[in-house]
Write a protein that binds this ligand. Structure first.
Ligand code: URP
Ligand code: ZN
Ligand code: ZN
Length: 458
């Protein structure tokens, strides 16, 4: 099976040139000028960018949360991702108390089985780490291809683990080339604030944001970095939302510490005024960390330009407004946390980053694909366009506009956080390991095309 992509402008994290790409079976086999060999499929990319498929290293498909589950499963969520030019997701498996790490991963393998439209991997959220469980990390890293773990400083009684456990887990992961991803918010202080607010009758969605101040995130971020320094390991801060937390990462990196962080489109484009929308509408934006004051956005863009932030993920964790978000109608703490995003990350960042001149095209590719591939053990198989790399490719039309709407999106959720936004930059054709899954904006793949990818330790 051969596919020839002709006349495109190939952009990677470091290159920008015009050439043709020959794909044979699942990988790129040749890149050159004016290739004219016979192929089963020929794609004309004149006037288009050809970029590495997006890698979204932070999604939650079918995540049980607050008495319900995120509304996309591994089929609907990955079809939506493919529409948006993302060809690999790293989702979060959850270890529940009493469960072994291996059981938790097996459980997530079963959830995904036969469904994904694109390639996928898992991080493991660890919640219960006595010595026997810590010992399992070695097997996960070296045999199962699970090289990253998420720990929570938030959600006491559900996900939170104490600092001693964080230190032990970082040490153990580090010994084997694994990486700890940290949900860095002081959940203990936040819990007190939440209880106070509710006791005073402040139950509306906006109090979700008002009880999770930026200082709580900055404290968690600084503490995570300090514990990692004591353990002698790197740390990756997930869904960083604000300047206060960014400063902690920046200071650490200026000192030469291996601190990494991601932010997400919602923190770059939406702000806390969205919680003031009439009625219960603000619940659509209840996510953790919450949306912040608009002044943070320029700081986050600066962080992305200066490499204090390396990755843009989505933290895609959709809950329908009807029936799911409504669980918290009388109590903001019962609104399931999270929002949809996996489908529009590439277009939003192109439109709001490249088209506005905030970042250049190479940085766009790095932030949406290459850096995640490097940090999470997928590079150079994924995250670039090179001979021998997986043919995860996006023919991206930089001039076409789309209007984002829940009426037309492919995520299984009844609202869009960007309803009515007109954005420039549309993934037109998407190849996942050599197979065209999106052709001129239409999904032509089938469930189960995607494959689990074992990742390499650092
Ligand atoms: O609100 C969010 N972010 N929900 C998903 C869980 C998490 O903490 O990433
Ligand atoms: Zn989190
Ligand atoms: Zn998340």
């Amino acid at each position: 099976m051969k596919t020839l992509i002709q006349n495109g402008r190939i952009v990677t994290a470091v290159d920008d040139y015009r050439a043709d790409i020959l794909v044979e079976e699942e990988t790129v086999s040749l890149i050159g000028s004016k290739l004219d060999m016979a192929a089963d499929t020929v794609i004309d990319a004149t006037g288009k960018l050809v970029i590495p498929g997006g890698i979204d290293p932070h999604t939650h498909m079918e995540l049980p949360f607050g008495g319900t589950s995120s509304s996309d499963d591994f089929r609907t969520g990955t079809v939506a991702a493919a529409h948006g030019g993302t060809t690999t997701i790293i989702d979060f498996a959850v270890q529940y108390h009493g469960e072994s790490l291996i059981q938790a991963i097996d459980h997530w393998h079963q959830k995904a089985e036969g469904k994904p439209a694109i390639d996928y991997s898992f991080h493991l959220i660890a919640t219960d780490l006595p010595e026997a469980r810590l010992a399992e990390m070695k097997r996960l890293i070296h045999d199962e291809g699970i090289v990253s773990f998420k720990l929570f400083m938030a959600y006491p009684g559900v996900f939170l683990v104490d600092d001693g456990t964080i230190f032990k887990a970082m040490t153990r992961a580090g010994e084997h080339g694994g990486l700890i991803c940290m949900h860095a918010e002081n959940g203990v202080v936040i819990d007190v604030m939440v209880k106070q607010a509710l006791a005073e009758g402040r139950t509306a969605p906006k109090y979700h944001a008002l009880t999770r101040p930026t200082k709580a995130e900055a404290e968690g971020t600084g503490r995570a970095i300090a514990i990692a320094e004591m353990a002698g390991t790197p740390v990756y801060i997930v869904h960083l939302s604000c300047y206060d937390a960014l400063q902690k990462v920046r200071q650490a990196r200026d000192l030469g510490l291996p601190a990494y962080a991601e932010t997400c489109p919602q923190y770059l484009f939406l702000d806390q005024s969205y919680y003031e929308q009439p009625g219960f509408e603000g619940a659509k934006y209840v996510m953790t960390p919450p949306l912040r004051d608009k002044a943070n956005q320029d700081e986050l863009w600066k962080g992305l330009r200066m490499d204090d932030l390396q990755v843009i993920s989505t933290d895609h964790c959709p809950f329908c407004f009807k029936e799911q978000k409504e669980l918290g109608k009388d109590d903001f703490s019962r609104i399931p946390n999270g929002g949809p995003g996996v489908e529009h990350r590439m277009s939003l960042i192109y439109n709001g980053g490249v088209a506005t001149g905030r970042i250049d095209l190479n940085r766009f590719v790095e932030l949406t694909s290459t850096a995640a591939a490097r940090i999470f053990g997928l590079f150079p198989r994924k995250g670039t366009i090179a001979v021998g790399s997986d043919a995860d490719l996006v023919v991206f039309d930089p001039d076409r506009e789309q209007v984002i709407s829940a009426k037309t999106h492919h995520m299984r959720v009844d609202y869009s956080a960007y309803e009515g936004w007109k954005v420039k930059g549309v993934p037109e054709t998407v190849l996942s390991r050599g197979r065209v899954v999106i052709a001129n904006g239409n999904y032509i793949g089938k469930p189960g095309d995607g494959r689990f990818v074992k990742r390499k330790p650092m």
